[in-house]
Write a protein that binds this ligand. Sequence first.
Ligand code: HEC
Length: 169
Amino acid sequence: MKILLLIFAVSVFVFPVARVSAGQQLDFLTRHLSLKHESPITLIAASGICPQSRKTEKAPSRYTLKQNPLFATTKNIERGQSLYQTEAKPTACKMCHGIRGNGNGRLARGLEPAPRNFTCEETMKSLSDGQLFWVIKNGSKGTAMSAHKFTLSDKDIWQVIHYLKLFSR
Ligand code: HEC
């Protein structure tokens, strides 16, 4: 009987802790203890490579000046989230860019160049809305980043941009 009680107690206290993956714990630590700029090792484990080197082509100037025409309303962000996490075709963005936007999705391993790490403020702050829009629409030649002009409307793209920008806030 005592053993049963012990097993019960252990499962109640240990399983919820075990369910939080090491990555999530590190992520929590980096966010809450502001280790972001002090501990590169923690940073790599938690949020992918940062800053990331970018070889992505620069969007034509008629794109780089574009600004998101949609407001960051809950509705737009939620729609962006469902596109990013599940609905976008041909492949949901999270498969490469990661559920938490850190560039470490399930299909990311071995990709060269690596998918953008949206949690990396340093890299993301240099990218204009128009640049993001252009890449998502047209893809990045010679990389795994495919064009979405036939599968996502312009509105879808602006909504997904509102969502992915939250990863670096
Ligand atoms: C099959 C993997 C894959 C999928 C799926 C994918 N991407 Fe990417 N993405 C990449 C790679 C690889 C890069 C880096 C390309 C480069 O460096 O030119 C990238 C780069 C980007 C960039 C950064 C462009 C820049 O100028 O730095 C944005 C924005 C982006 N992706 C958005 C998205 C969105 C939104 C989706 C879903 C609609 C998506 N990606 C789906 C692989 C993917």
